[in-house]
Write a protein that binds this ligand. Structure first.
Ligand SMILES: NC(=O)C1=CN([C@@H]2O[C@H](COP(=O)(O)OP(=O)(O)OC[C@H]3O[C@@H](n4cnc5c(N)ncnc54)[C@H](O)[C@@H]3O)[C@@H](O)[C@H]2O)[C@@H](O)CC1
Ligand SMILES: Nc1ncnc2c1ncn2[C@@H]1O[C@H](COP(=O)(O)OP(=O)(O)O)[C@@H](O)[C@H]1O
Ligand SMILES: [Mg+2]
Length: 280
C-alpha cells in the first residue's frame, strides 16, 4: 500500500510578502459543550497555530473565558445562536464540526443546516460527536455540495458506517464511503496506523507516522484544528489533507523522542516551528 511520506510537506508554502490575515483563510469551528470545552479549545487553538488567518469558535459560553486566556486569537460565537452561526458559516472557507459537542436535538439540526448550506468552494470537517449527530440523518452527507473531510476513530466510523471494527477492511470502507458521501470526500480513519481514503479516486494511503505517546484525550480534536488550518490557507486537495495528518503525527513522533507522552497542547505549541522548518 502507498504510504504518506515527508515529500507531502511541500504543500507548506513560504508566505508571500504582501499577504495579510485574509490571505490565509477563515475557519468556523462548531465545538464544545460545557463538559468538553477542552476539545473546542484544542481544536481552535490548533487551527490558529497551524496558520489559519481568522478563526471563530461557536461554543458554549462557559468556554469563553478559558478560550480567551489560552488562545486570545480565536473569536467567539454562542453555540445556541443558530442564526448568527449560519450567517457566519456562509462567509468562511472551512467549517469544522464535532469536537466536544453535546448529543442533542438542537445540535442535530445545526449540523444538518450547515451541511445543506455550505457550497462547493467550502470545506466541512466532521469529527467526534458529529458522527453520532449524523447517525439518524446520514442522507444529508450525500447531498452536501461542500468538500468533506471525515476524521472518525474506529468506534465513530462504526456508528456512521454500521461496520463492526472487524469488518472495517479497506474494501468495505471504500464501498460505504461511496454509498454515504459525495465524491469530494476524504475519510481519515484514525488508529494505529491511520489511513486516508479518497472517495473520488477510490484509493487508500497509509500514514506511517504516529506513536503510542499520542494516546491522550484531545489528540484527535487537535488534528481537526490542524486540518482546518491547512485547508483554510493552502486549499482542499488530497495532498493538503495528507500533509495535515502527516504533520500531526510526524511532529508527535519528533516530540516523543525524549518524552514518554506527547500532549495535544505540546503539538499545538510546536506547530509554527515545524511548519517553518518545512516551508518551501
Ligand atoms: N478535553 C476534552 O474536552 C476532550 C473531549 N473529548 C470529546 O469527547 C467526546 C467523546 O469522544 P470519545 O472518543 O471519548 O468517546 P466515544 O464514546 O465517541 O468513543 C470512545 C470509545 O471508542 C473507543 N476507541 C477510540 N479510539 C479507538 C481505537 N483506535 N481503537 C479501539 N477503540 C477506540 C474508546 O476506547 C471508547 O470506548 C467527543 O466529542 C470528543 O471530542 C475527547 O476528545 C477527549 C478530550
Ligand atoms: N498508538 C498510537 N499510534 C499512533 N497514533 C495514535 C496512537 N494512539 C493515538 N493515536 C492518534 O491520536 C489521535 C486520537 O484521535 P481521537 O481518538 O479522535 O482522540 P480524541 O477524540 O481524544 O481527541 C489519532 O490521530 C490517532 O491516530
Ligand atoms: Mg476524537
Amino acid at each position: 500500500m502507498k504510504q504518506i511520506n515527508s515529500t507531502i510537506l511541500q504543500v507548506i508554502k513560504k508566505r508571500p510578502r504582501n499577504s495579510y490575515k485574509g490571505t490565509f483563510g477563515k475557519v468556523l469551528l462548531v465545538a464544545g459543550d460545557a463538559q468538553y470545552g477542552g476539545a473546542a479549545l484544542m481544536a481552535s487553538g490548533a487551527s490558529v497555530y497551524a496558520g489559519a488567518g481568522l478563526v471563530t469558535l461557536a461554543t458554549d459560553p462557559s468556554n469563553f473565558t478559558s478560550l480567551r486566556s489560552n488562545f486570545p486569537e480565536v473569536m467567539t460565537q454562542k453555540l445556541s445562536d443558530h442564526k448568527k452561526i449560519l450567517d457566519l458559516a456562509v462567509t468562511v472557507d472551512v467549517i469544522a464540526i464535532g469536537p466536544g459537542l453535546a448529543i442533542s436535538a438542537t445540535n442535530e439540526v445545526l449540523i444538518k443546516q450547515l451541511l445543506q448550506l455550505a457550497n462547493s468552494r467550502q470545506t466541512i470537517i466532521l469529527d467526534a460527536s458529529a458522527f453520532t449527530l449524523l447517525q439518524k440523518q446520514k442522507q444529508v452527507l450525500k447531498t452536501a455540495a461542500a468538500n468533506l473531510v471525515l476524521t472518525p476513530h474506529v468506534v465513530e466510523w462504526q456508528r456512521l458506517s454500521d461496520l463492526d471494527i472487524a469488518q472495517q477492511t479497506h474494501t468495505n470502507n471504500l464501498a460505504i464511503l461511496q454509498q454515504l458521501t459525495p465524491p469530494q470526500t476524504f475519510l481519515f480513519l484514525k488508529g494505529a496506523p491511520s489511513h486516508l481514503y479518497d472517495n473520488r479516486q477510490q484509493t487508500v494511503v497509509q500514514n506511517t507516522k504516529g506513536t503510542p505517546a499520542m494516546a491522550t484525550g484531545g489528540m484527535g480534536d487537535t488534528l481537526t484544528g490542524i486540518i482546518a488550518g491547512f485547508v483554510a490557507q493552502f486549499g482542499f486537495s488530497a495532498s493538503i489533507v495528507a500533509s495535515a495528518v502527516f504533520t500531526h503525527s510526524y511532529l508527535a513522533e519528533e516530540l516523543a523522542q525524549d518524552r514518554y507522552v506527547v500532549l495535544p497542547s505540546m503539538i499545538i505549541q510546536h506547530l509554527p516551528q515545524f511548519m517553518k522548518r518545512w516551508e518551501n
